[in-house]
Ligand binder design. Structure first.
Ligand code: PLP
Length: 638
């Protein structure tokens, strides 16, 4: 019974275009396709060709694929949207954005962003000492800004002054008053003027997971009274001229545009009042928070946003302009610190399904036998009980199974009988589920059968490594088969990973316009790989992963699009994932010692004559090759 199915149906189910932001769609052959360059929307890369080339290069799953063109496109889009809006609005300041490297600190990512942003004097933001050391080395553009956030000690502030000495526009954003005192002291010691920013603890509260980033109890920033005190303090040290920037950041993934408008109004008003007090500010830094539509719903749910980038930029530019005009204050240069919006789309995790866990899938002969227990015969009668009302049939099956369990515990049922009852039980549930109509589906217990019967597909990955936020904060990330999208997906499944942790699974899926606990996918075929992709992992997920179960970092494949290449792309670089050796060493193991200990035990068996010498050598070679090998599962399929 194959119903008609085409890629439009697949699109409606998985919503690829809705969250794909113009970069992802489904191609006519049923494969995911990527259009990585926003200036060339007609250049498509077929995901299946990428997978084929990876295979030819010997790259195993799981792997991270980075599309550098997407990264570049996002940098261009945000800068050009600000530029265009500033021109149209007759706004008198400039846009000088920075990329906050905490969102994805990978060197290749930072380099690509700087390169794409050079034409716009796009800078970097750091929030810790090691990040500051990285941006000191990498942000060489004398026109671009470097914004320094986060809590700071003397070394941090001294490194910032080093930046001033070598001609960088390093702006130290003061998060708490004591930092200002330290900074004033150090700048006198090293005889150089710092560029000072002030972070305001905003009154506006964002919604969603990051709402505590603003408000009276926020971890970062100065209250209005502290800001006024800070200005007096700078004045008393004859350093008021160093105050250059007012900063706020009300939280990440702002889902509701009204919060952006409110924050801009509050921030611009504060800016104007400070300028009127004689503070020579030049920059208004509106922080990050530009959201990503992870679920494609364009709503104010935590995983979405109800606005476009154009609308976001317009609300900022026109909002700041209006208040500054009313207050008769020169328009500031606008700084924003979008991280998620720059990086989220550019990378995805590709992996394969290595197996299936389904309680109802086990084959077991349950035919009748002489003298079998009555519970077995009763349960078997339900198999053909199509004329029984589904609720009653379900109740009976559940009751027989419970009784069987009690009987087994008392030693009344044999192990074979218990196995039969179990097998029939799942058979009956599956049959009930198939037979439900619009009326019986309303019965809650029967509706829940969908969840009970869904298979788990085991994905060769660790969500703790590759999608930490799906576990930590219930972040939704799109998961889609990469091929076979022109075929009807016939089984409902949920995805579990290969870690030894029951939490290692994905609990939420995009299904049409709603969020489900499981999702239709295709039946696995023997000997054939079933590749799936977890999308929009470029922000935070790429770099937050932990070492749970010692799986370690994935192999990375860096892809550039190119019209002249077959398939319109080439693999520019392969960065091997962590070997077992490498992750063990980060946990303080000495793998040479481990290999020696295993060899010693093998030698002992050889001396006893329990193992042939040649065989022993083979075993210790094997152990060593596994140390050098992948931490993930090897793909046994084709
Ligand atoms: C994390 C952070 C950002 C980045 O926020 P996104 O929502 O990823 O754009 C910007 N500024 C500050 C101060 C941050 O802490």
């Amino acid at each position: 019974m194959t119903q008609q199915w085409n890629i439009e149906d697949a699109e409606a189910l998985y919503g690829v275009k809705r969250w794909g932001a113009g970069y992802f769609s489904i191609g006519e052959h049923g494969n995911i396709q990527i259009s990585p360059n926003h200036r060339k929307p007609d250049v498509y890369i077929d995901m299946n060709e990428v997978l084929a080339e990876m295979k030819a290069e010997g790259i195993e799953f799981p792997a991270v694929i980075r599309f550098h063109d997407i990264l570049r496109s996002q940098v261009e889009i945000i800068n050009e949207t600000f530029r265009d809006t500033i021109t149209t609005a007759n706004y008198n300041g400039k846009y000088v954005g920075v990329y906050p490297i905490k969102v994805n600190q990978m060197r290749e990512v930072v380099e690509e962003i700087l390169d794409a942003g050079e034409a716009y004097n796009y800078g970097l933001e750091a929030g810790s000492k090691p990040e500051l050391m990285a941006v000191l080395a990498y942000n060489e553009n004398p026109e671009a800004l470097t914004i320094l956030n986060g809590y700071k000690d003397e070394d941090y502030l001294t490194l910032a002054l080093l930046g001033r000495h070598i001609g960088r526009n390093m702006i130290v954003v003061v998060e708490k008053f004591s930092e200002l005192e330290m900074l004033v002291r150090l700048s006198k010691k090293y005889k150089i003027d710092p560029m000072i920013g002030l972070r305001s603890k905003m009154m506006v509260r964002s919604t969603g997971k990051w709402s505590s980033s603003s408000g009276d109890r926020a971890k970062f920033g100065l209250s209005i009274a502290e800001i006024v005190n800070a200005m007096e303090y700078l004045k008393s040290h004859d350093m008021l001229h160093c105050a250059k920037l007012l900063h706020f950041h009300i939280g990440s993934q702002i889902s509701d545009i009204r919060k952006v408008k409110e924050a801009v109004t509050e921030g611009a008003r504060l800016y104007a009042k400070l300028v009127q007090m004689g503070v020579p500010l030049e920059y208004l830094d509106i922080g990050g928070g530009l959201g990503i539509d992870y679920d494609g719903s364009s709503t104010t749910t935590d995983s979405s946003r109800n606005y476009s980038t154009e609308e976001y930029v317009a609300d900022i530019v026109y909002g700041v302009k209006q208040i500054c005009d009313l207050e008769d204050v020169k328009h500031p240069n606008i700084v924003s610190e979008s991280g998620r919006a720059i990086t989220a789309h550019h990378s995805l995790v590709v992996t394969n399904v290595v197996g299936e866990v389904n309680p109802g899938a086990t084959e077991f002969d349950f035919s009748a036998e002489e003298g079998e227990h009555v519970l077995v015969s009763n349960m078997r009668e339900l198999v053909n009980g199509h004329d029984i009302h589904p609720q009653e049939r379900y109740n009976d099956a559940a009751a027989y199974k419970q009784s069987a369990y009690e009987a087994f515990k008392l030693g009344i049922l044999s192990i074979r009988e218990m196995a039969k009852i179990d097998t029939i039980y799942w058979r009956v549930l599956t049959d009930i589920h198939h037979g439900l109509d619009s009326e019986t589906r309303q019965i809650q217990e029967l509706e829940e059968l969908e969840d009970t019967l869904a298979s788990q597909y085991l994905a060769n990955m660790s969500i703790f490594q590759s999608a930490a936020d799906t576990w930590a904060i219930g972040q939704l990330l799109p998961i889609v088969p990469l091929t076979r999208l022109h075929e009807k997906p016939e089984v409902r499944i949920s995805i579990a990973d290969i870690t030894c942790d029951s939490d290692g699974k994905i609990g939420k899926y995009i299904e049409g316009n709603s969020i489900s606990d499981n999702i239709p996918m295709h039946r696995l075929r023997k000997g054939e790989s079933y590749p799936i992709g977890m999308f929009l992992t470029g922000a935070y997920q790429d770099v937050m992963g932990d070492m749970h179960n010692l799986f370690g970092r994935l192999t990375e494949v860096h892809i550039f699009s190119h019209d002249d290449e077959p398939g319109a792309f080439y693999i520019e670089e392969i960065v091997p994932g962590h070997s077992a050796e490498k992750v063990l060493e980060t946990m303080q193991y000495n793998t040479d010692y481990m290999a020696k200990m295993v060899k010693k035990s093998i030698d002992k068996q050889i001396r006893k004559g329990a193992l042939a010498p040649r065989e022993g050598v083979r075993w210790s070679d094997f152990y060593e090759s596994c140390l050098a090998g992948t931490t993930y599962l090897r793909d046994e399929r084709k």
